[in-house]
Design a protein around this ligand. Structure first.
Ligand SMILES: [Zn+2]
Length: 438
């Protein structure tokens, strides 16, 4: 007797071999995948379960892993437009300072995380000012989250000192180390906003707790010249010479890199998060992901916040990740759909240190999976489900989401909380948000 059996599924496993099983069944008990079989094997006919779900005309695949987000920034979507990163950030920080409290951060986090969840994201790496609020929001939605104490040397939100950030980062690990849905880390904002000494102190905390280290890196040319002027070397070399590049270092953006820097990232087995939508809209540039892939860098994908890319859409992210290198090199073979699908699934799990538990549908792994509706005008016929997922699927195609075997989205609706209440809270707050920049 199983807890749940999914029947008649077109299973895109995202395992190492990219196996696809048409007309499959998957049995789940205690939140884990117990059996995956093709229906032609007929073994499932005799199995019983508390619940059986018919997944006819659905692709069933692992939940997506969004490796760079600022969920609560959804409060500010559309507020600051069409500026380069540096000028844009100055305005964003004014608005954030005027609006953000732990309470509004919770509201914004639910808003941003719910958009992720409804589009099929089951785990998010989130960097924000009040990480405990993002953890609470993720918990209320039933999602997994990687976050942790932020570091920022200038007057930030809540007027906290570096000592405050150190304490908060330490406490975050103490509070969250036993929560199975939270993957704790430290989140220093960037090399241009945090001094080398403080970056190293943040790293020490992460190392003490075996945690992740997430930072913006090499996003714009202005940032590169700023860091070269201050420290005499590029962002990636600066991180490396301060001992900050290793397997736990997760570098968001990496748009402007020379070949030696790419090799440095590969040699240190650091992770890169590609955020193509945000990079394009802020005019930051196009990251050389085909070169990083060739060098053996583990590439993952992120949406960044809705305030820069205006959309938390991992499907658009995948399509851009697969298409931009082709346009850049005039070579349609340079980046294939299977590789990109792994960036959004198995590679994310590897980056989180959970490759043995998440990121693919395999027996023994945690049952985080989604249904992609194929009963759609743009989904008939589907000859290759993997190219369909990368080049044709949109976030509104996601009908159902399961995390740890528990259904958290049913037929496009969040099951755990009333999202309309959150929307009402945000509507009430929006006059203040607009006024923050006047
Ligand atoms: Zn970011």
């Amino acid at each position: 007797m199983y807890d749940l059996i999914i029947e008649n599924a077109n299973l895109v496993t995202c395992d190492k071999n990219h196996n696809v099983i048409w007309n499959a069944s998957m049995a789940i008990t205690d939140g884990k995948i117990q059996i995956i079989e093709s229906n032609s094997e007929k073994k499932f006919l005799d199995l019983t379960a508390s619940q059986k779900i018919d997944a006819q005309n659905k692709i069933v695949m692992p939940g997506l892993i969004n490796m760079h987000c600022h969920a609560a920034d959804s409060l500010f979507r559309g507020l600051v437009e069409e500026l380069s990163l540096e000028a844009w950030l100055q305005k964003v920080w004014i608005a954030e300072k005027a609006i953000l409290t732990p309470k509004t951060t919770y509201t914004g986090s639910v808003l941003g995380l719910a958009e992720n969840l409804l589009s099929g994201v089951t785990s998010v790496m989130d960097m924000f000012w009040y990480p405990n609020e993002a953890v609470k929001a993720a918990g209320d939605l039933g999602m997994r989250i990687s976050t942790g104490g932020i570091f920022f040397d200038y007057p930030g939100i809540g007027d906290r000192s570096h000592e405050d950030f150190l304490q908060e980062a330490e406490k975050f690990f103490e509070d969250n180390n036993i929560n199975e849905s939270v993957f704790p880390g430290v989140m220093p904002h960037g090399t241009y906003t945090v001094s080398p000494e403080h970056l190293k102190e943040a790293k020490k905390i992460a190392e003490r707790h075996n945690g992740l280290y997430h930072i913006h890196a090499a996003e714009t040319l202005t940032e590169q010249s700023d860091i070269k002027e201050r420290y005499g070397q590029s962002v990636i070399r600066h991180l490396h010479s301060n001992g900050l590049l290793d397997q736990k270092a997760i570098l968001a953006h990496c748009v402007h890199l020379d070949d030696a820097e790419i090799q440095l990232i590969a040699d240190n087995e650091s992770i890169v998060v590609h955020n193509p939508m945000s990079n394009l809209k802020l005019g930051s540039g196009i990251a050389p992901i085909h070169k990083m892939f060739e060098a053996g860098v583990t590439l993952t994908l992120g949406t960044d916040g809705a305030i820069s890319g205006n959309d938390l859409d991992m499907w658009l992210t995948m399509r851009l990740a697969a298409s931009l290198p082709k346009g850049n090199t005039l070579d349609p073979k340079v980046m294939n759909a299977k590789t990109v699908l792994h960036m959004a699934t198995l590679n994310g799990a590897k980056a989180l240190g959970k490759e043995d538990k998440l990121g693919s549908l395999e027996v023994g792994k945690i049952a985080d999976f989604i249904f992609v509706d194929m009963d759609k005008i743009h989904a008939v016929p589907v000859f290759d489900p993997i190219t369909h997922l990368v080049y044709s699927t949109c976030k509104s195609d996601i009908s159902d989401v399961f995390i740890g075997g528990k259904q958290v989205v049913s037929d496009g609706r969040i099951t755990s909380l009333n999202i309309k209440d959150i929307l009402e809270d945000v509507r009430k707050l929006s006059p203040q948000i607009v006024a923050s920049l006047r």
